[in-house]
Design a protein around this ligand. Structure first.
Ligand code: NDP
Length: 480
Protein backbone atom coordinates (compact mmCIF):
# COMPACT_ATOMS: atom_id res chain seq x y z
CA UNK A 1 0.00 0.00 0.00
CA UNK A 2 1.74 3.25 -1.09
CA UNK A 3 2.35 5.86 1.58
CA UNK A 4 0.01 8.90 1.58
CA UNK A 5 1.65 12.31 1.78
CA UNK A 6 -0.51 15.05 3.25
CA UNK A 7 -0.71 18.77 2.48
CA UNK A 8 1.03 21.35 4.63
CA UNK A 9 -1.49 23.97 5.78
CA UNK A 10 -0.44 26.40 8.51
CA UNK A 11 2.59 24.21 9.11
CA UNK A 12 0.43 21.14 9.82
CA UNK A 13 0.15 18.00 7.74
CA UNK A 14 -3.48 17.50 6.75
CA UNK A 15 -5.65 15.62 4.33
CA UNK A 16 -7.38 17.61 1.62
CA UNK A 17 -10.67 19.06 2.86
CA UNK A 18 -12.58 16.88 0.41
CA UNK A 19 -10.31 13.85 0.93
CA UNK A 20 -9.07 13.71 -2.68
CA UNK A 21 -5.75 11.96 -3.34
CA UNK A 22 -3.68 11.18 -6.42
CA UNK A 23 -1.04 8.55 -7.17
CA UNK A 24 2.55 9.61 -7.66
CA UNK A 25 4.32 7.57 -10.35
CA UNK A 26 7.99 6.57 -10.19
CA UNK A 27 9.49 7.42 -13.61
CA UNK A 28 11.88 4.45 -13.37
CA UNK A 29 9.08 1.89 -13.08
CA UNK A 30 5.98 3.61 -14.41
CA UNK A 31 4.19 2.37 -11.27
CA UNK A 32 2.70 4.31 -8.33
CA UNK A 33 4.98 4.53 -5.30
CA UNK A 34 3.08 7.06 -3.19
CA UNK A 35 -0.22 8.87 -3.00
CA UNK A 36 -0.60 12.54 -2.27
CA UNK A 37 -3.48 14.62 -0.97
CA UNK A 38 -4.91 17.00 -3.58
CA UNK A 39 -5.82 20.47 -2.43
CA UNK A 40 -9.06 22.03 -3.66
CA UNK A 41 -10.76 25.40 -3.17
CA UNK A 42 -11.34 24.89 0.58
CA UNK A 43 -7.65 24.14 1.17
CA UNK A 44 -6.58 27.16 -0.90
CA UNK A 45 -8.95 29.33 1.14
CA UNK A 46 -7.54 27.96 4.41
CA UNK A 47 -3.95 28.59 3.28
CA UNK A 48 -4.55 32.05 1.81
CA UNK A 49 -6.57 33.22 4.83
CA UNK A 50 -3.91 31.97 7.27
CA UNK A 51 -1.03 33.41 5.24
CA UNK A 52 -2.81 36.73 4.88
CA UNK A 53 -3.44 36.79 8.62
CA UNK A 54 0.22 35.91 9.22
CA UNK A 55 1.30 38.88 7.11
CA UNK A 56 -1.18 41.26 8.77
CA UNK A 57 -0.16 44.30 6.68
CA UNK A 58 3.44 43.74 7.62
CA UNK A 59 2.65 43.43 11.35
CA UNK A 60 2.55 39.61 11.57
CA UNK A 61 5.04 37.48 13.48
CA UNK A 62 7.32 36.70 10.52
CA UNK A 63 7.47 40.14 8.86
CA UNK A 64 8.15 41.63 12.31
CA UNK A 65 10.85 39.08 13.15
CA UNK A 66 14.17 40.88 12.89
CA UNK A 67 16.01 40.32 9.63
CA UNK A 68 18.92 38.84 11.60
CA UNK A 69 16.66 36.27 13.25
CA UNK A 70 15.04 35.42 9.90
CA UNK A 71 18.53 34.75 8.63
CA UNK A 72 19.22 32.42 11.56
CA UNK A 73 16.04 30.48 10.80
CA UNK A 74 17.00 30.10 7.13
CA UNK A 75 20.46 28.90 8.15
CA UNK A 76 18.73 26.20 10.21
CA UNK A 77 16.74 25.18 7.10
CA UNK A 78 20.05 24.71 5.27
CA UNK A 79 21.40 22.64 8.16
CA UNK A 80 18.28 20.46 8.26
CA UNK A 81 18.45 19.85 4.53
CA UNK A 82 22.05 18.68 4.91
CA UNK A 83 21.17 16.52 7.92
CA UNK A 84 18.40 14.76 5.91
CA UNK A 85 20.22 14.93 2.57
CA UNK A 86 20.29 11.18 1.91
CA UNK A 87 16.57 10.68 2.50
CA UNK A 88 15.55 13.82 0.58
CA UNK A 89 17.83 12.96 -2.36
CA UNK A 90 16.44 9.42 -2.50
CA UNK A 91 12.89 10.79 -2.54
CA UNK A 92 13.79 13.21 -5.35
CA UNK A 93 15.58 10.49 -7.33
CA UNK A 94 12.59 8.17 -7.01
CA UNK A 95 9.92 10.78 -7.67
CA UNK A 96 11.58 12.78 -10.46
CA UNK A 97 13.81 10.04 -11.93
CA UNK A 98 17.02 11.98 -11.31
CA UNK A 99 20.30 10.06 -10.99
CA UNK A 100 21.06 9.84 -7.27
CA UNK A 101 24.34 11.76 -7.68
CA UNK A 102 22.46 14.64 -9.31
CA UNK A 103 19.73 14.49 -6.66
CA UNK A 104 22.36 14.77 -3.89
CA UNK A 105 23.86 17.77 -5.67
CA UNK A 106 20.40 19.35 -5.92
CA UNK A 107 19.75 18.95 -2.18
CA UNK A 108 23.14 20.52 -1.44
CA UNK A 109 22.39 23.34 -3.92
CA UNK A 110 19.03 23.93 -2.20
CA UNK A 111 20.84 24.09 1.16
CA UNK A 112 23.29 26.62 -0.31
CA UNK A 113 20.37 28.70 -1.54
CA UNK A 114 18.95 28.90 1.99
CA UNK A 115 22.43 29.67 3.30
CA UNK A 116 22.92 32.47 0.77
CA UNK A 117 19.61 34.17 1.62
CA UNK A 118 20.19 33.56 5.33
CA UNK A 119 23.24 35.79 4.95
CA UNK A 120 21.34 38.29 2.82
CA UNK A 121 18.37 38.80 5.14
CA UNK A 122 20.02 41.55 7.21
CA UNK A 123 22.04 43.01 4.36
CA UNK A 124 19.16 44.00 2.13
CA UNK A 125 19.71 47.67 2.66
CA UNK A 126 17.73 50.79 2.00
CA UNK A 127 19.44 54.07 1.17
CA UNK A 128 19.52 57.74 2.11
CA UNK A 129 18.99 60.04 -0.84
CA UNK A 130 19.97 63.71 -1.20
CA UNK A 131 16.87 65.60 -2.29
CA UNK A 132 16.38 69.16 -3.55
CA UNK A 133 13.84 70.28 -0.96
CA UNK A 134 15.99 69.41 2.05
CA UNK A 135 15.10 67.15 4.95
CA UNK A 136 16.04 63.50 4.85
CA UNK A 137 14.79 60.99 2.28
CA UNK A 138 15.37 57.33 2.85
CA UNK A 139 14.13 54.05 1.49
CA UNK A 140 12.85 51.04 3.40
CA UNK A 141 12.80 47.45 2.14
CA UNK A 142 9.60 45.78 3.20
CA UNK A 143 8.07 42.38 2.55
CA UNK A 144 5.58 42.35 -0.29
CA UNK A 145 2.95 40.10 1.31
CA UNK A 146 1.64 36.60 0.68
CA UNK A 147 3.76 34.87 -1.98
CA UNK A 148 2.31 32.07 -4.13
CA UNK A 149 5.25 30.07 -5.47
CA UNK A 150 4.37 27.73 -8.34
CA UNK A 151 7.09 25.31 -9.43
CA UNK A 152 7.57 22.66 -12.15
CA UNK A 153 8.56 19.01 -12.02
CA UNK A 154 12.03 19.15 -13.53
CA UNK A 155 13.97 20.31 -10.42
CA UNK A 156 11.25 20.12 -7.78
CA UNK A 157 13.20 20.93 -4.60
CA UNK A 158 15.88 23.13 -6.11
CA UNK A 159 13.54 25.48 -7.97
CA UNK A 160 11.29 25.65 -4.89
CA UNK A 161 14.31 26.74 -2.83
CA UNK A 162 15.11 29.55 -5.31
CA UNK A 163 11.70 31.08 -4.53
CA UNK A 164 11.05 30.07 -0.92
CA UNK A 165 14.42 31.22 0.48
CA UNK A 166 14.37 34.85 -0.77
CA UNK A 167 10.61 35.15 -0.12
CA UNK A 168 11.13 34.14 3.51
CA UNK A 169 14.33 36.17 3.87
CA UNK A 170 12.27 39.27 3.01
CA UNK A 171 9.65 38.41 5.66
CA UNK A 172 6.82 37.04 3.50
CA UNK A 173 4.47 34.12 4.22
CA UNK A 174 4.64 31.51 1.47
CA UNK A 175 2.21 29.19 -0.29
CA UNK A 176 4.21 26.68 -2.32
CA UNK A 177 2.46 24.81 -5.16
CA UNK A 178 4.59 21.90 -6.45
CA UNK A 179 3.99 20.18 -9.79
CA UNK A 180 1.49 17.32 -9.71
CA UNK A 181 4.08 14.85 -11.03
CA UNK A 182 6.65 15.60 -8.30
CA UNK A 183 5.07 17.00 -5.13
CA UNK A 184 6.90 15.08 -2.40
CA UNK A 185 10.12 16.95 -1.67
CA UNK A 186 8.25 20.28 -1.55
CA UNK A 187 6.04 18.85 1.20
CA UNK A 188 9.14 17.74 3.11
CA UNK A 189 10.56 21.24 2.70
CA UNK A 190 7.38 22.60 4.32
CA UNK A 191 8.05 20.44 7.40
CA UNK A 192 11.66 21.60 7.57
CA UNK A 193 10.69 25.28 7.41
CA UNK A 194 8.44 24.89 10.43
CA UNK A 195 11.01 22.78 12.29
CA UNK A 196 13.60 25.49 11.65
CA UNK A 197 11.36 28.15 13.20
CA UNK A 198 9.28 29.83 10.47
CA UNK A 199 5.89 30.57 12.10
CA UNK A 200 3.42 27.83 11.12
CA UNK A 201 0.82 30.25 9.67
CA UNK A 202 3.45 31.46 7.19
CA UNK A 203 4.08 27.98 5.72
CA UNK A 204 1.73 26.24 3.29
CA UNK A 205 2.45 23.61 0.65
CA UNK A 206 -0.51 22.71 -1.55
CA UNK A 207 -0.19 19.78 -3.93
CA UNK A 208 -3.02 19.68 -6.44
CA UNK A 209 -4.14 20.46 -9.98
CA UNK A 210 -2.22 23.45 -11.31
CA UNK A 211 -4.88 25.00 -13.52
CA UNK A 212 -7.41 25.10 -10.68
CA UNK A 213 -5.11 26.04 -7.80
CA UNK A 214 -3.19 28.45 -10.00
CA UNK A 215 -6.29 30.42 -10.92
CA UNK A 216 -7.46 30.50 -7.31
CA UNK A 217 -4.09 31.72 -6.03
CA UNK A 218 -3.16 34.14 -8.80
CA UNK A 219 -6.57 35.84 -8.87
CA UNK A 220 -6.86 36.24 -5.09
CA UNK A 221 -6.36 39.86 -4.00
CA UNK A 222 -4.82 38.63 -0.73
CA UNK A 223 -1.92 37.14 -2.73
CA UNK A 224 0.59 39.93 -3.36
CA UNK A 225 3.21 38.13 -5.39
CA UNK A 226 3.43 35.12 -7.69
CA UNK A 227 6.78 33.47 -8.40
CA UNK A 228 6.35 30.99 -11.25
CA UNK A 229 8.57 28.56 -13.14
CA UNK A 230 7.09 26.52 -15.94
CA UNK A 231 5.96 26.65 -19.53
CA UNK A 232 5.79 29.93 -21.41
CA UNK A 233 2.09 29.40 -22.19
CA UNK A 234 1.29 28.94 -18.48
CA UNK A 235 3.36 32.02 -17.67
CA UNK A 236 1.40 34.09 -20.18
CA UNK A 237 -1.85 32.84 -18.60
CA UNK A 238 -0.62 33.85 -15.13
CA UNK A 239 0.35 37.28 -16.40
CA UNK A 240 -3.18 37.78 -17.74
CA UNK A 241 -4.72 36.49 -14.49
CA UNK A 242 -2.64 38.88 -12.43
CA UNK A 243 -3.64 42.00 -14.38
CA UNK A 244 -6.80 42.99 -12.50
CA UNK A 245 -5.19 42.77 -9.08
CA UNK A 246 -1.80 44.16 -10.25
CA UNK A 247 -0.24 41.17 -8.53
CA UNK A 248 3.56 41.20 -8.68
CA UNK A 249 4.80 38.41 -10.95
CA UNK A 250 8.16 36.89 -11.80
CA UNK A 251 8.26 34.26 -14.51
CA UNK A 252 10.97 31.73 -15.32
CA UNK A 253 9.86 30.09 -18.55
CA UNK A 254 11.07 27.98 -21.43
CA UNK A 255 14.31 28.01 -23.36
CA UNK A 256 15.96 26.89 -26.58
CA UNK A 257 19.48 27.76 -25.63
CA UNK A 258 22.35 27.75 -28.11
CA UNK A 259 25.89 26.54 -27.58
CA UNK A 260 28.04 28.30 -30.17
CA UNK A 261 31.25 26.42 -31.01
CA UNK A 262 33.83 28.27 -33.12
CA UNK A 263 36.50 26.35 -35.03
CA UNK A 264 39.19 28.15 -32.99
CA UNK A 265 37.85 26.56 -29.75
CA UNK A 266 39.13 23.44 -28.07
CA UNK A 267 36.57 21.51 -30.11
CA UNK A 268 37.29 18.16 -28.48
CA UNK A 269 36.73 19.62 -25.02
CA UNK A 270 33.54 21.31 -26.17
CA UNK A 271 32.25 18.06 -27.69
CA UNK A 272 33.09 16.06 -24.56
CA UNK A 273 31.28 18.58 -22.33
CA UNK A 274 28.19 18.86 -24.52
CA UNK A 275 26.28 15.63 -23.70
CA UNK A 276 25.58 16.60 -20.10
CA UNK A 277 24.78 20.18 -21.16
CA UNK A 278 21.84 18.93 -23.17
CA UNK A 279 21.07 15.46 -21.78
CA UNK A 280 21.45 16.28 -18.08
CA UNK A 281 18.15 15.51 -16.33
CA UNK A 282 17.21 13.69 -19.57
CA UNK A 283 17.09 17.04 -21.37
CA UNK A 284 14.32 18.28 -19.09
CA UNK A 285 16.18 21.41 -18.22
CA UNK A 286 15.19 24.91 -19.21
CA UNK A 287 18.89 25.73 -19.73
CA UNK A 288 19.59 22.66 -21.91
CA UNK A 289 21.86 23.60 -24.81
CA UNK A 290 19.41 22.02 -27.24
CA UNK A 291 20.74 23.96 -30.26
CA UNK A 292 24.43 23.37 -30.87
CA UNK A 293 25.84 25.75 -33.48
CA UNK A 294 29.18 24.67 -34.95
CA UNK A 295 31.42 26.60 -37.38
CA UNK A 296 31.70 24.69 -40.64
CA UNK A 297 35.43 23.81 -40.57
CA UNK A 298 34.92 22.05 -37.22
CA UNK A 299 31.45 20.69 -37.95
CA UNK A 300 32.13 17.07 -38.99
CA UNK A 301 34.74 16.49 -36.27
CA UNK A 302 32.42 17.97 -33.65
CA UNK A 303 29.42 15.86 -34.68
CA UNK A 304 31.51 12.67 -34.60
CA UNK A 305 33.05 13.44 -31.20
CA UNK A 306 29.73 14.59 -29.72
CA UNK A 307 27.93 11.45 -30.94
CA UNK A 308 30.70 9.23 -29.54
CA UNK A 309 30.50 11.01 -26.16
CA UNK A 310 26.70 10.68 -26.24
CA UNK A 311 26.94 6.93 -26.81
CA UNK A 312 29.01 6.71 -23.62
CA UNK A 313 26.34 8.40 -21.44
CA UNK A 314 25.26 5.82 -18.86
CA UNK A 315 21.46 5.61 -18.97
CA UNK A 316 20.05 3.68 -16.04
CA UNK A 317 18.23 3.37 -12.74
CA UNK A 318 18.09 6.61 -10.75
CA UNK A 319 19.31 4.93 -7.56
CA UNK A 320 22.36 3.35 -9.24
CA UNK A 321 25.34 5.62 -8.47
CA UNK A 322 26.82 4.90 -11.93
CA UNK A 323 23.80 6.39 -13.72
CA UNK A 324 24.34 9.66 -15.60
CA UNK A 325 20.90 9.93 -17.20
CA UNK A 326 17.71 8.50 -15.74
CA UNK A 327 14.24 8.07 -17.22
CA UNK A 328 12.08 10.94 -18.40
CA UNK A 329 9.48 12.15 -15.95
CA UNK A 330 6.43 10.68 -17.69
CA UNK A 331 5.26 8.68 -20.67
CA UNK A 332 3.76 11.88 -22.13
CA UNK A 333 7.03 13.78 -21.88
CA UNK A 334 8.85 10.91 -23.61
CA UNK A 335 6.24 10.80 -26.35
CA UNK A 336 6.75 14.52 -27.00
CA UNK A 337 10.45 13.87 -27.65
CA UNK A 338 9.65 10.94 -29.94
CA UNK A 339 7.20 13.12 -31.85
CA UNK A 340 9.84 15.83 -32.32
CA UNK A 341 12.33 13.23 -33.56
CA UNK A 342 9.80 12.23 -36.22
CA UNK A 343 9.13 15.88 -37.06
CA UNK A 344 12.90 16.44 -37.41
CA UNK A 345 13.27 13.47 -39.76
CA UNK A 346 10.33 14.77 -41.79
CA UNK A 347 12.00 18.17 -42.01
CA UNK A 348 15.18 16.57 -43.41
CA UNK A 349 17.41 16.49 -40.32
CA UNK A 350 19.78 13.51 -39.88
CA UNK A 351 19.55 11.36 -36.73
CA UNK A 352 23.13 10.44 -35.81
CA UNK A 353 22.43 8.38 -32.69
CA UNK A 354 19.93 7.68 -29.91
CA UNK A 355 16.23 8.35 -29.70
CA UNK A 356 15.44 4.71 -28.86
CA UNK A 357 12.83 3.67 -26.28
CA UNK A 358 14.64 1.30 -23.92
CA UNK A 359 13.10 -2.14 -23.55
CA UNK A 360 12.44 -1.93 -19.81
CA UNK A 361 9.75 -0.54 -17.51
CA UNK A 362 9.74 3.20 -16.92
CA UNK A 363 10.06 6.15 -19.26
CA UNK A 364 13.55 5.69 -20.67
CA UNK A 365 14.72 7.21 -23.94
CA UNK A 366 18.33 7.11 -25.15
CA UNK A 367 19.89 10.54 -25.82
CA UNK A 368 19.59 11.61 -29.45
CA UNK A 369 21.94 13.68 -31.60
CA UNK A 370 20.30 15.16 -34.70
CA UNK A 371 22.62 16.80 -37.22
CA UNK A 372 22.24 19.01 -40.31
CA UNK A 373 19.44 20.92 -38.65
CA UNK A 374 18.38 24.25 -40.07
CA UNK A 375 17.30 26.87 -37.55
CA UNK A 376 13.96 27.26 -39.33
CA UNK A 377 12.98 23.65 -38.50
CA UNK A 378 10.53 23.05 -35.66
CA UNK A 379 13.06 20.95 -33.74
CA UNK A 380 15.29 24.05 -33.64
CA UNK A 381 12.54 26.53 -32.78
CA UNK A 382 10.33 24.75 -30.23
CA UNK A 383 11.28 23.66 -26.75
CA UNK A 384 11.32 19.85 -26.70
CA UNK A 385 12.26 19.41 -23.04
CA UNK A 386 13.75 15.98 -23.68
CA UNK A 387 17.07 14.37 -24.66
CA UNK A 388 17.18 15.66 -28.24
CA UNK A 389 20.12 17.81 -29.42
CA UNK A 390 20.02 19.67 -32.75
CA UNK A 391 23.38 20.43 -34.36
CA UNK A 392 23.37 23.38 -36.76
CA UNK A 393 26.30 24.51 -38.96
CA UNK A 394 27.24 28.19 -39.33
CA UNK A 395 29.58 30.18 -41.59
CA UNK A 396 31.09 32.99 -39.53
CA UNK A 397 30.64 35.20 -36.47
CA UNK A 398 27.73 37.20 -37.88
CA UNK A 399 25.98 34.03 -38.98
CA UNK A 400 26.45 32.46 -35.53
CA UNK A 401 25.00 35.49 -33.75
CA UNK A 402 22.11 35.71 -36.20
CA UNK A 403 21.16 32.04 -35.73
CA UNK A 404 21.63 32.03 -31.95
CA UNK A 405 19.44 35.13 -31.54
CA UNK A 406 16.82 33.89 -34.02
CA UNK A 407 14.66 32.35 -31.30
CA UNK A 408 11.58 33.30 -29.31
CA UNK A 409 13.57 32.38 -26.22
CA UNK A 410 16.62 33.90 -24.55
CA UNK A 411 17.40 32.05 -21.36
CA UNK A 412 20.88 30.62 -21.38
CA UNK A 413 23.72 29.68 -23.71
CA UNK A 414 27.38 28.87 -24.19
CA UNK A 415 30.15 30.22 -26.32
CA UNK A 416 33.26 28.17 -27.13
CA UNK A 417 36.24 29.99 -28.63
CA UNK A 418 40.00 30.27 -28.17
CA UNK A 419 39.92 34.00 -28.90
CA UNK A 420 39.39 36.38 -25.98
CA UNK A 421 38.42 39.25 -28.26
CA UNK A 422 35.88 37.15 -30.13
CA UNK A 423 34.47 35.99 -26.78
CA UNK A 424 33.90 39.61 -25.80
CA UNK A 425 32.41 40.58 -29.17
CA UNK A 426 30.01 37.67 -29.40
CA UNK A 427 29.06 37.66 -25.70
CA UNK A 428 27.94 41.28 -26.08
CA UNK A 429 25.69 40.43 -29.02
CA UNK A 430 23.93 37.28 -27.74
CA UNK A 431 20.45 37.96 -26.34
CA UNK A 432 20.28 35.57 -23.39
CA UNK A 433 19.84 36.05 -19.66
CA UNK A 434 22.91 33.91 -18.90
CA UNK A 435 25.91 32.98 -21.01
CA UNK A 436 28.89 30.75 -20.21
CA UNK A 437 32.16 31.17 -22.07
CA UNK A 438 34.06 27.91 -22.55
CA UNK A 439 31.80 26.04 -20.14
CA UNK A 440 28.22 24.90 -19.88
CA UNK A 441 27.29 25.97 -16.37
CA UNK A 442 24.37 28.41 -16.15
CA UNK A 443 23.23 28.77 -12.60
CA UNK A 444 24.96 30.02 -9.48
CA UNK A 445 23.12 31.10 -6.36
CA UNK A 446 25.17 34.31 -6.20
CA UNK A 447 24.29 35.52 -9.71
CA UNK A 448 20.96 36.61 -11.23
CA UNK A 449 19.23 34.01 -13.36
CA UNK A 450 16.33 34.48 -15.75
CA UNK A 451 15.26 34.94 -19.30
CA UNK A 452 15.04 37.57 -22.00
CA UNK A 453 12.25 37.54 -24.58
CA UNK A 454 9.70 34.76 -23.95
CA UNK A 455 11.98 33.01 -21.46
CA UNK A 456 10.73 35.06 -18.59
CA UNK A 457 10.21 38.20 -16.61
CA UNK A 458 12.41 39.25 -13.70
CA UNK A 459 15.38 37.42 -12.22
CA UNK A 460 15.84 34.76 -9.58
CA UNK A 461 18.87 34.10 -7.41
CA UNK A 462 21.55 36.60 -6.45
CA UNK A 463 20.59 39.96 -5.01
CA UNK A 464 17.92 40.41 -7.71
CA UNK A 465 15.55 37.94 -6.04
CA UNK A 466 15.46 40.02 -2.86
CA UNK A 467 14.19 42.96 -4.90
CA UNK A 468 11.42 40.85 -6.42
CA UNK A 469 10.17 39.67 -3.01
CA UNK A 470 10.11 43.09 -1.39
CA UNK A 471 8.76 46.58 -1.93
CA UNK A 472 10.84 49.74 -1.76
CA UNK A 473 9.16 52.47 0.25
CA UNK A 474 10.37 56.06 0.36
CA UNK A 475 10.00 58.13 3.54
CA UNK A 476 10.84 61.82 3.62
CA UNK A 477 11.38 63.77 6.84
CA UNK A 478 10.84 67.50 6.36
CA UNK A 479 13.24 69.78 8.19
CA UNK A 480 11.00 72.83 8.47
P1 NDP B 1 3.80 23.88 -16.47
O1 NDP B 1 3.72 25.31 -16.82
O2 NDP B 1 2.83 22.95 -17.05
O3 NDP B 1 3.68 23.68 -14.90
C1 NDP B 1 4.45 24.37 -13.97
C2 NDP B 1 3.67 24.54 -12.70
O4 NDP B 1 2.53 25.35 -12.96
C3 NDP B 1 3.13 23.25 -12.11
O5 NDP B 1 3.12 23.33 -10.70
C4 NDP B 1 1.71 23.21 -12.64
O6 NDP B 1 0.84 22.43 -11.87
C5 NDP B 1 1.35 24.67 -12.56
N1 NDP B 1 0.27 25.08 -13.44
C6 NDP B 1 -0.29 24.41 -14.48
N2 NDP B 1 -1.28 25.15 -15.04
C7 NDP B 1 -1.34 26.31 -14.34
C8 NDP B 1 -2.16 27.47 -14.41
N3 NDP B 1 -3.12 27.61 -15.33
N4 NDP B 1 -1.94 28.48 -13.53
C9 NDP B 1 -0.97 28.37 -12.60
N5 NDP B 1 -0.19 27.28 -12.46
C10 NDP B 1 -0.36 26.27 -13.32
O7 NDP B 1 5.29 23.48 -16.78
P2 NDP B 1 5.96 22.05 -16.59
O8 NDP B 1 5.69 21.53 -15.22
O9 NDP B 1 5.59 21.23 -17.75
O10 NDP B 1 7.48 22.44 -16.57
C11 NDP B 1 8.28 22.43 -17.67
C12 NDP B 1 8.49 23.84 -18.19
O11 NDP B 1 9.16 24.64 -17.22
C13 NDP B 1 9.37 23.89 -19.39
O12 NDP B 1 8.76 24.65 -20.39
C14 NDP B 1 10.64 24.58 -18.92
O13 NDP B 1 11.34 25.30 -19.85
C15 NDP B 1 10.16 25.43 -17.82
N6 NDP B 1 11.22 25.68 -16.87
C16 NDP B 1 11.78 26.92 -16.83
C17 NDP B 1 12.83 27.20 -15.98
C18 NDP B 1 13.40 28.56 -15.88
O14 NDP B 1 14.01 28.85 -14.87
N7 NDP B 1 13.26 29.41 -16.87
C19 NDP B 1 13.37 26.18 -15.10
C20 NDP B 1 12.71 24.91 -15.22
C21 NDP B 1 11.67 24.68 -16.09
P3 NDP B 1 0.47 20.92 -12.34
O15 NDP B 1 1.75 20.18 -12.33
O16 NDP B 1 -0.48 20.49 -11.29
O17 NDP B 1 -0.12 21.03 -13.71
Amino acid sequence: MPETHLLVVSGDRREAADGTTRDVIAPATGAPFATVAQAGPADVEAAVAAAHGAFAEGQGAWPRTSATERGRVLARVAALLRERADAVAELEATGAGHPIGDARWEVEAAARTFEYYAGFANKHLGSTIPVMDGGIALTLREPVGVCALIVPWNFPLLIASWKVAPALACGNPIILKPASLTPLTALVLGDLLVEAGVPAEAVHVLAGPGAQLGDLLVGDPRVAKVGFTGETATGAHILRQSADTITRVTLELGGKSASVVFADADVERAAAATPMAVFGNAGQDCCARSRILVERPAYDAFVAAFAAATDRVVVGEPLDPATEMGPMVSAGQRQTSLDYLDIGSGEGARRVCGGEVLDRPGFYLSPAVVADVDNSMRIAREEIFGPVASVIPFDDEDDAVRIANDSDYGLSGSLWTGSATRAVRVAKRLRTGSLSVNSHSSVRVETPFGGMKRSGLGRELGPAAMDHYSEIRTVHFAED
